[in-house]
Structures are given as structure tokens and as C-alpha cells.
Write a protein of this length. Structure first.
Length: 359
């Protein structure tokens, strides 16, 4: 038997054994992909032909404000809608579509957009790549989009997809908005782990038969919604850019460090003018979070409610930024703020023009 035949029959597991790495390095890209294809078929049952299966069981996993459609096929395979996974990770389709051809790792079928960027390529192993290149096509038997072919991925690979982003983050290769994607991946992995241990306890104790049907989903939704809220980028860059201009400070876009006075000015311009007790309540919420074991020093806006607090804060900030843009200096800004957004229960003085003499 030739050396080439030996290489073609190797599995990914065999290649990882002693001496396997060296043999893999001697393979051509086509040979390595064939090894991965066979391993993926053996483990996941991937198929090359495009078969559209009708999924009798369908539902939606809520991840904060996002919705992740999922289905169970007749053979018990659990699938997630590929586009829903992309949205859950916070990836904008338009942001990657233009470069998809260049960024798709490897040859042949393109990888999904959520693992396509070039700087992720070293963290996508051959087996995972092969699984993602072999999507499952299915049609939900019920729901809003029933009858429409969906491009799905196996639900079990979602943690592996998230780990691609986490490994890339740990290696420091992510850039710009990719760091926010890694943050979403981190939250999803931790949320799934929390629900997973709860489900395991319920299974071995028999509680799974008496708990509410949607309890695990609700636990996941609450966890991810709370964690994602802490990553909401509420304060727009323009807010700080205008503050630096009006204070005659030099803005370093490469640094996250801010002068100590920024926090004081933010409280004055924002929190104190929304409600007099808002700052105290947010600080109490942060203290309670820290006492319960949460991370220290969270930003105040992260403790606002998603449905009411954040929209109110954003609305206020939009108005403040407009006033800042038309102010020539800090004194003029504060005067206009006192007129447009006075602090509640504080006296404000509005100068009126002196009346003209009647004589």
C-alpha cells in the first residue's frame, strides 16, 4: 500500500496521536480535508447531498432580545438556524458579506460567516470546518416560516463555535467589533453551562418530570439577558468626543483611560438630570451585584433595565449630544443644559430680556 493511501485512511484522532502531527503536516490540503471529511461523517453523519428534511418539532430559544430558531428532526438531530446563530453572536451580515470570498477559510464550500474571518482560521479545526461546510437543510413543519427551507447547523457545535472566538480572543488576534462578538460567545457558553448542570441535576433526581416545561429556557433567557445588558454600548463615542472638545482635552482614540473628572461630568449631565434618585438606586444595585459575587466596578448604565432604563437613557443622551455639538464652551453647555434638562428639585434661573422703556 502506498504512503498516499495510508494518509487517506488516517482519521483526525489518529493524526493527533504520536507522530500524527508530523504526518498531517506532510499532507496536501486536499488530503487533510479528506481526513476531516471522513471523521466528520463518522462522528456527525454529515452528508454531501442537499436533502431538505421536514422538522416536526420546532421552537425558539430567546437570548435576551434575540431569537434563535431551533428544531428537532425525525431522527432526533437537534439543529439551529444558521442565520439565528450569527445574530446571537452579534455579527452583522453586511459587515462580512463583501469580503466573504476572501475570508472563507480553505477551498470548496465556504464556511459560515461566523467563522469565516481570516484571523479565526487557525482556531477552526478541520473537523469543525467540515461539519460547518455540510449544513443541514430542513423545513419547519410549524411556525411562521414553516415550509421554507432553512440552513441549519447541529446544536451541539454551538459551544465549539463560541470557543473559536474565545481562543482567538485569548491569543489577542481579534480586532475592533470582533471583541464584542467574543463577549457574546463568552456569555452564551457560560449560559449554556449553567443550564446544562441544572438539567443534569434535574435528570438524575427525576425533577425533570415535574418542573415546568419551559423552566430551562427561562433560566437561560434570564441569564443571557442580564449578561448581555452589561455589554450594551450605551454611551456613544460622540458624547465623550464633545466633552473632550468643550473641556479642551486631548482625546487619544487608542486609549480607554479617561480623566477622573469624566465620571463627575457624566453624572451631572446624565444621571442627575433623568431622576434625582437614579444615581443612588444604580449604586445600590451595583453594590448588591458585587455582594452576590458579581464582578467589581461595573458601569452604572449596565444596571438599568433593558426594557425601560436603557431606552430612557439613550433618549436623554441623544438630546445631550445635540446640545453639546452646538455649544462653544463648557459654560455655554451648562447654561443650555440647565434650561433644557434642569435637575429636578433644583432652582434654575432663566434670564429674560429687560423690558424696553415705554417713554
Amino acid at each position: 500500500m502506498s504512503g498516499s493511501d495510508d494518509r487517506e485512511k488516517m482519521t483526525v484522532e489518529e493524526a493527533g496521536a504520536k507522530g500524527g502531527k508530523a504526518r498531517m503536516e506532510k499532507m496536501t490540503p486536499e488530503e487533510r480535508r479528506e481526513v476531516a471529511r471522513r471523521a466528520a461523517q463518522a462522528r456527525w453523519g454529515t452528508k454531501e447531498e442537499k436533502e431538505v428534511v421536514v422538522a416536526p418539532h420546532n421552537g425558539i430559544i430567546k437570548l435576551g432580545e434575540l431569537q434563535l430558531p431551533c428544531s428537532v428532526l425525525p431522527d432526533g438531530t437537534r439543529v439551529l438556524h444558521e442565520r439565528g446563530v450569527m445574530k446571537a453572536l452579534g455579527i452583522a451580515r453586511s459587515g462580512y458579506a463583501s469580503n466573504r470570498a476572501k475570508e472563507a477559510a480553505g477551498d470548496g464550500a465556504a464556511l459560515p460567516l461566523f467563522v469565516a474571518p481570516i484571523n479565526l482560521k487557525p482556531f477552526v479545526d478541520l473537523e469543525l470546518a467540515e461539519v460547518l461546510r455540510s449544513p443541514i437543510w430542513y423545513r419547519p413543519a410549524s411556525g411562521t416560516h414553516s415550509g421554507i427551507p432553512h440552513k441549519g447547523i447541529r446544536a451541539e457545535v454551538l459551544p465549539r463555535i463560541c470557543n473559536v472566538w474565545l481562543k482567538a480572543r485569548d491569543e489577542g488576534v481579534l480586532r475592533g467589533k470582533q471583541l464584542a462578538v467574543a463577549a457574546c460567545a463568552d456569555i452564551i457558553v457560560r449560559g449554556l453551562a449553567e443550564v446544562g448542570i441544572i438539567a443534569l441535576v434535574d435528570e438524575v433526581t427525576g425533577y425533570q418530570f415535574v418542573r415546568p416545561n419551559d423552566e430551562l429556557r427561562r433560566i437561560l433567557e434570564r441569564y443571557i439577558s442580564k449578561e448581555l445588558a452589561r455589554w450594551v454600548h450605551t454611551f456613544q463615542p460622540d458624547f465623550y468626543r464633545e466633552m473632550y472638545r468643550l473641556r479642551s482635552w486631548t482625546l487619544d482614540p487608542t486609549s480607554h483611560r479617561k480623566p477622573g473628572a469624566v465620571a463627575k461630568y457624566t453624572i451631572n449631565l446624565v444621571y442627575d438630570r433623568i431622576h434625582p434618585d437614579l444615581l443612588r438606586e444604580l449604586k445600590q444595585s451595583r453594590a448588591g451585584w458585587e455582594d452576590a459575587g458579581g464582578s467589581k466596578g461595573g458601569k452604572l448604565h449596565q444596571f438599568l433595565t433593558v426594557d425601560a432604563g436603557h431606552p430612557r437613557l439613550k433618549q436623554h443622551l441623544e438630546g445631550v449630544i445635540q446640545i453639546m455639538r452646538f455649544a462653544n464652551d463648557w459654560d455655554q453647555l451648562m447654561y443650555r443644559m440647565d434650561v433644557s434638562y434642569p435637575k429636578i428639585n433644583e432652582t434654575r434661573s432663566i434670564p429674560f430680556p429687560e423690558p424696553e422703556d415705554d417713554d
